[in-house]
Write a protein that binds this ligand. Structure first.
Ligand SMILES: Cc1cc2nc3c(=O)[nH]c(=O)nc-3n(C[C@H](O)[C@H](O)[C@H](O)COP(=O)(O)O)c2cc1C
Length: 200
């Protein structure tokens, strides 16, 4: 990897592989890659990530005491320049897999707010993130509760919330592929995310 190469971390939060958010995420990552970014995707349903126990084991060190895949994901989250979180809406929130991963970032919350140390591995560098989601219904405000969760998580990680891509009324696996613009929109968003200027 070139020193200056932008790192983009994709997080696939759906338990359904090759589903709607997986397709959107893969387009965003391809878009970022087409602009020279170094991409990596973590598929949460394939990882071993226990929920936070609120044991306060991290409170003095900022290191979580649970020895599972969150240990390396914490490092990736601290080192990356961009995050692309993809999760469908489950009962108005993010999926359980996604929420477990987010809650385990309590150790990073401790680093930032208790130990008052930088969360980002390279604190001077701008970090941005986007949220991609779909839901089966067309409910008004469908994405609002999940977005609040994601924004709170990004704030803890010193990530600027800089975009979103939401599609309602998408339920069956891969229905998103029949949408007239969704995949192209996702690719373009990935290109925009990989741009090194601060707009967007
Ligand atoms: C447990 C569960 C809960 C769901 N809750 C909601 C919901 O609250 N609102 C909604 O619009 N769709 C809901 N859905 C539908 C999913 O958001 C929809 O099927 C989506 O396309 C799944 O995305 P994926 O293919 O990326 O997994 C739910 C689906 C499941 C399995």
């Amino acid at each position: 990897m070139k020193r200056s190469q932008l790192r983009v971390l994709g997080i696939a939060g759906s338990p359904r592989r090759d589903g709607n958010t997986d397709h959107l995420l893969s387009q965003v990552m391809d878009g970022a890659s087409s602009r020279g970014a170094k991409t990596k995707t973590a598929v949460l349903s394939k990882l071993n990530i226990s929920p936070c126990r609120h044991c306060d084991g991290c409170i003095k060190t900022g290191k979580c005491v649970i020895d599972d895949d969150m240990q390396w994901l914490h490092n990736d989250l601290r080192e990356t320049d961009r995050i692309v979180l993809a999760s469908p809406i489950f009962f108005m929130g993010v999926t359980a897999q996604t929420k477990a991963m987010i809650d385990r970032c309590q150790a990073l919350w401790v680093i930032k707010y208790v130990l008052k140390l930088p969360v980002a591995a390279n604190p001077g560098k701008e970090r941005r993130g986007i949220f991609i989601s779909v839901g089966g219904t067309k409910l008004r405000n469908l994405f609002e509760p999940a977005t609040a969760t994601v924004k709170s998580w990004f704030t803890t990680l010193d990530i600027r919330y800089s975009g979103e891509l939401f599609f309602s009324g998408i339920d069956e696996r891969a229905t998103i592929c029949l949408h007239p613009t969704a995949l192209k929109d996702a690719f373009a968003l990935g290109q925009k995310l990989a741009a090194t200027n601060t707009s967007g």
